[in-house]
Design a protein around this ligand. Sequence first.
Ligand code: NAP
Ligand code: MG
Length: 399
Amino acid sequence: MAKIQMKNAIAELDGDEMTRILWGVIKEKLISPFVDLKVEYFDLGLKARDDSDDRITYESAAAIKRLGVGVKCATITSNAARLEEYSLKKLTPSPNGIIRAELDGTVFRKPIIVNNIKSTVSCWKKPIVLGRHAYGDVYKNCEIATDGPGTAELVFTRSDGTQIRRTIMEMKGPGIIQGIHNLDESIESFARACFFYGLSENMDVWFSTKDTISKTYDGRFKEIFQRIFDTEYKEQYDKAGREYFYTLIDDAVARVMQAKGGFLWACKNYDGDVMSDMVASASGSLAMMTSVLVSPDGVFEYEAAHGTVQRHYYKYLKGEKTSTNPVALIFAWTGALAKRAEIDNTPELKVFALALEKATLDTIESGSMTGDLAKIAEPAAREVLDSWQFIDRIAERLA
Ligand code: NAP
Ligand code: MG
């Protein structure tokens, strides 16, 4: 069979640990036999990032912007333990944080649904997509641990040198202080990305913050969303019979637990980080959650929502064949290939991406799955496979 050709390349960002191992197997068994892959490859493994002082991460972000489509493996965010484990020069920031900031993107996370894995929230029948703002707040904070009494102040110095100054607290003893920020422009991009995504998926959009407490900060988010919706999207939403509504995050959480799903829930950076893990674990497994970073100028980066699955990797290093679930990694590839196909107008590539997704879901629905899913499958799994066997089953079906 002749391999499917690609017009343009995608940026491929390799990663760490167990996901790096599976990444290679997926390419070898599920993609390369069928597609003449065109990629610009970047090694974002921790050591390579450290060796290049993160230059490789910035280069990969530039490539995603230039090519329009990227696919990323999970990567280690360094901490003290990793510093020692990998003999690093220094602690480096999260590569995802760097790429999100470079692309000014919004992250959309969507559960992958199969009919033999029931959500632990029984009313959820359709996916709940989480739109996570990917700029600022605590992810770009400035923190001080103080050593005694004093005055904590918030100071803004305008470019002309004049200042706004507020007292945060007269602190009577040692404590902690944190400064965070966001930018109107980034919030506007976030709002547009959400409304754009909602329309393209034909979904209602919910947005929630804590504006009753944070009247200025969260209040600004609420204001901007409403303005962008009213001036740029309302007409299209009316036409599509879809709606946007804002509600306090407490109320949103209560409503989500009683909803059927099938909507986009837009969240600020931290809320989205936490709530997407909740939605993912209720939907079955962290490995059944896709993640795509969308920039306001229409650049897409696809990845799995989970991390590098460190615990499984250490077993793998001892020679064990682990039952790590590769589904979200496979869907990162299919998402990227399908988007490349859409942009390049190469329908055969899109058909291939959809066929690979279907072969993956059909394999699970036929009762063949990895251990994480076998624990919760209904009816019970027919066979519990290690990652390599599971990928082989998908490959047989796909062929
Ligand atoms: P993790 O890799 O998401 O794994 C946490 C646990 O979730 C695993 O031990 C496993 O549970 C389960 N799990 C996650 N993915 C799975 C899969 N595909 N198949 C089966 N089970 C899966 O989180 P972590 O171990 O806390 O973090 C490891 C590294 O990942 C860290 O260095 C962190 O910085 C990084 N990380 C990267 C990203 C990213 O690049 N997007 C995101 C998050 C974390 P059991 O052990 O119970 O089987
Ligand atoms: Mg998280």
